[in-house]
Ligand binder design. Sequence first.
Ligand code: ADP
Length: 462
Amino acid sequence: MKIFHICSECAPFAKAGGMADALLGLLRETKKLGHDVQLILPKYRFLKLDELRKLDTLNMRYDHKECVNQLWSASYEEIPLLLIEPKTSEAFFERDHIYGEPDDVERFSYFAKAAASYLERLSCSPDVIHLHDWHASLVPALYKKALSILTIHNLGYPGVISKESLEKLEIPDWEIFRCRDYYSLLQGGIISADQITTVSPAYSKEILQPESGGDFCHLLHHYQEKLVGILNGIDYTYWNPQSDPLIPYHYNSTQLEGKKETKKFLQKRLQLEEKECILVGAVTRLVEQKGPRLIKSAVEKTVEAGGQFLLLGSAQDSNIRALFSELQTTLAPSRSLHIELQYNEELAHHIFAASDLFIVPSIFEPCGLTQMIAMRYGTVPLVRATGGLGDTVFEEKNGFLFGPPEEAALHHALTRAFACWRNAPEKWDALKMNGMREDFSWREPARKYLALYDHKLYSRKK
Ligand code: ADP
């Protein structure tokens, strides 16, 4: 099959979050299975790719004028990439970051239209176009020559666009983007794509309820027939405690000494008291979705119970930063916690490997990768039962769960986890082993996507 992905991110050269990892995992695995996969991406200024090759140009209508795009080709692990560089005065991708610009919606809607124009002029169309989140969800409204799959990685980002910006795109049917009193690019994608997927089965059901689905709940109900959830995988080569170059000691499910050594190494390095106690970790973006107040409460509860806590959280919001800086100051004398409010790849690996328990108390979580990474590193997850967290963590089997997003429920689960670690080491080991033996690689998810493409292509031909 010839499959084109259109996305704003791809690990490792254009990564902002979990979507970038998911895309690389899916590309790699489907390529390994013999399919012709390609990726269309904006040509960001900061891309570091070998052997960029200048191709021809692509003309397109935008904002009532003719615009020119320079096309480039490159490859990553032999996956062909087509990069689009708009030659417009807005310099849409000559920026330092993937997101966070005031004109993000114009940048990516422009990119999506350019991607559709590129596809349109191909002499041989792909079998499948696979679009990711709102950034690419304009494409199926414009390009109809291939089966279109739209994956919703996070419904919390609907790609709200003003009428003026939508008009700039000069598209025929923009009423499909109208959602209540605003316009959403994601909505147009939901309506026009042949198939919608979400990144876990539980999330595909949750978004049919008003609490999670919000303004899209009724629309998604209407299109329920074409909605399915496929759990993301994690990269088993990159996340591997047996060979991870970023951790000081290696280990596997039969040889766990290295995990103990990594815990001691980190206690020393981060100047925590070098004692035998439960070590709890969290690696996250500190945004409301991830339950920052619950994380803070878990830190306090852990220290109070005699444990230690390692928190690595990238935080932009000044209130959230203040919350954790204050906590660090208050609890510093205990030598029981280390808080780092930034993105740090190496420390993330250390925390996954050194911790005993890993917490993910998200308010909502479309899939979540960190609970799966933790299990791969023999670290028992404690999560809120929402979205992909509830699809991967099971009480009494591989971790601890709590329901309501409230401190009492979280504390109850922490108390169970602390008691199990202290009083039932055999049970703890069993949870750890079960997690390590799970297969969260891309093997299964990639096969599920391919089966879905096949099935939909077959139904289209009939
Ligand atoms: P999301 O995409 O919503 O941020 P996921 O759980 O799907 O959450 O993916 C998060 C990915 O980003 C994981 O690979 C995790 O290790 C990494 N990550 C998150 N925050 C940090 C951080 N502060 N430092 C290093 N890595 C981080």
